[in-house]
Design a protein around this ligand. Structure first.
Ligand SMILES: [Zn+2]
Ligand SMILES: [Zn+2]
Length: 91
């Protein structure tokens, strides 16, 4: 962490400290985020993950240590193999 004195004029001054890492804000509620969306991207961004910052409340967890943003959670849930709703008959 780096701290420096910033002169505000009028004889007033503050100490401004910067950290390398800035606290992420939840994509949904703007709260402080501690999680990232683990959705694997396809196409040009293949190999990367969505990385949308999420708080614990807004993150959906399809599996342990896996978290999805609401948008990707919908996609995940819509996939037949992942359906968490009542199983439908037939097929
Ligand atoms: Zn949130
Ligand atoms: Zn996502």
């Amino acid at each position: 962490m780096t701290c420096r004195k910033v002169d505000l004029g009028n004889g007033a001054w503050i100490i401004s400290c910067t950290r390398g890492e800035q606290r992420a804000r939840c994509k949904v509620c703007r709260g402080s985020a501690g999680l990232l969306c683990d959705w694997k991207l396809k196409g040009p961004k293949a190999g990367k993950t969505c990385d949308a910052p999420l708080c614990e409340r807004c993150a959906q967890s399809p599996a342990p240590d896996k978290h999805l943003c609401p948008a990707h959670w919908r996609v995940w849930e819509a996939h037949p193999a992942n359906a968490t709703k009542d199983q439908q008959h037939g097929g």
